[in-house]
Ligand binder design. Structure first.
Ligand code: F0G
Length: 353
């Protein structure tokens, strides 16, 4: 079957009109992969899958929301879009704006964006402004500017973003035949956990699933406003995608957590990096550090004997590992450098095993 993006695939669940152009890069339809080697390595009794959202066109889940937000912006006659971003939203906005012929202006926290994401925004023609401040400062500016000027805000405060992002929940149910017992997801600005909850609820209301999952959200310990119920003025974590101290969808995420009977907890940078490496080394799946928070969280809950035996769990891998090559290099050993000499190479290779 041919695939032409989430809007065409799920139009009956989306606010699609006759006049709306569909700006798509064929996002969605991402793999749901079982990861039994990882489960063995962390010592759990789970049926664990990852939803590999890093395989979207710009390498993150943001594309699901951006196809809707940019299509709607064009329908409304907008000529420019704007966002604040820890990187992925800007990469996605730049791509869809380029395809639609719109101006794209992005505000990024200076020095806190992973290299791959910045490269994408620049290559795809966004007008990139680095702000002396963090993501929360940048979002405050973008909210004010898009109220004052004829520019469409494409952060997840734009309701069309969440509409598009909820389709990932549909795909999970379509693949499993029902909702899983648990859905584990990293939480930053808290839009995505909100979107998943919306998606699972809508599918159940349409009798396409029999149950709802419990939502398990994970923030980085240095940027855990929802967990600690306080704004973090100076959020800090190696998982720069979720380095957010005052999430825009805070209350919606709390509601999703409580309605689902799940939890939102925090994981240390060390545990995030451990899950990040372990996933790549046991399963050949390379995600960015923020995405590994969902697996670090599962590992923490296994240690706390939270799950019933054999529980079916889906962890969302929100972004691709190639987004942040610096972090990958930082946790890896540099390659050996040898002469092009058979004996020298053989001596080393045979000594390694
Ligand atoms: N994972 C990745 C890779 C992200 O880029 C983000 C958010 C999240 C998780 C958290 O999702 O904000 O919906 O709770 N990135 C935004 C950005 C903030 O600007 O790219 P959330």
């Amino acid at each position: 079957m041919s695939w032409d993006g989430i809007i065409r695939a799920y139009h009956e669940f989306l606010p699609v009109t006759e006049t709306m152009p569909i700006i798509t890069l064929q996002e969605g339809n991402t793999p749901l992969l079982a990861i039994p080697n990882f489960v063995t390595a962390i010592g759990g009794d789970l049926e664990l899958y990852v939803k590999y959202e890093g395989l979207n066109p710009t390498g993150s889940f943001k594309d699901r929301g951006m196809t809707m937000a940019v299509s709607k912006a064009v329908e409304a006659g907008s000529k420019a879009v704007m966002c604040a971003s820890t990187g992925n939203t800007s990469a996605s906005a730049a791509a869809y704006a380029a395809r639609a012929g719109l101006r794209c202006i992005v505000l990024l926290p200076e020095g806190a964006i992973a290299l791959g994401k910045l490269a994408q925004a620049l290559m795809q023609g966004a007008e990139v402004i680095a702000i002396r401040g963090n993501f929360d400062d940048a979002l405050r500016c973008v909210r004010a500017l898009t109220e004052q000027y004829p520019i469409t805000l494409v952060n997840s405060l734009n309701p069309y973003r969440l509409e598009g992002q909820k389709t990932a929940a549909f795909e999970i149910v379509d693949a499993l035949g029902d909702a899983p017992d648990y859905l584990s997801i990293p939480v930053g600005n808290a839009g995505n956990i909100t979107a998943y909850w919306q998606g699972f609820q809508e599918y159940q209301a349409s009798n396409l699933s029999s149950k709802l999952p419990k939502l398990l959200g994970f923030q980085a310990a240095g940027a855990a406003p929802i967990v600690e119920n306080r704004v973090f003025e100076h959020p800090e974590t190696i998982a720069t995608a979720i380095r957010i101290g005052n999430p825009a969808s805070w209350q919606k995420a709390v509601r999703a957590r409580d309605e689902s009977g799940g939890l939102i907890d925090k994981v240390s940078d060390q545990d995030i990096l451990q899950a990040y490496r372990l996933l790549a080394q046991t399963e050949g799946i390379f995600c960015e550090p923020a995405s590994a928070a969902s697996l670090a969280g599962i590992s923490k809950l296994i240690d706390a004997e939270y799950f019933p035996p054999g529980a079916q769990v889906v962890a969302v891998l929100t972004g691709h590992g190639l987004k942040d090559p610096d972090q990958a290099m930082a946790v890896s050993e540099a390659p050996l450098v040898l002469n092009a000499d058979l004996e020298e190479i053989a001596a080393v290779v045979m000594a390694l095993r």
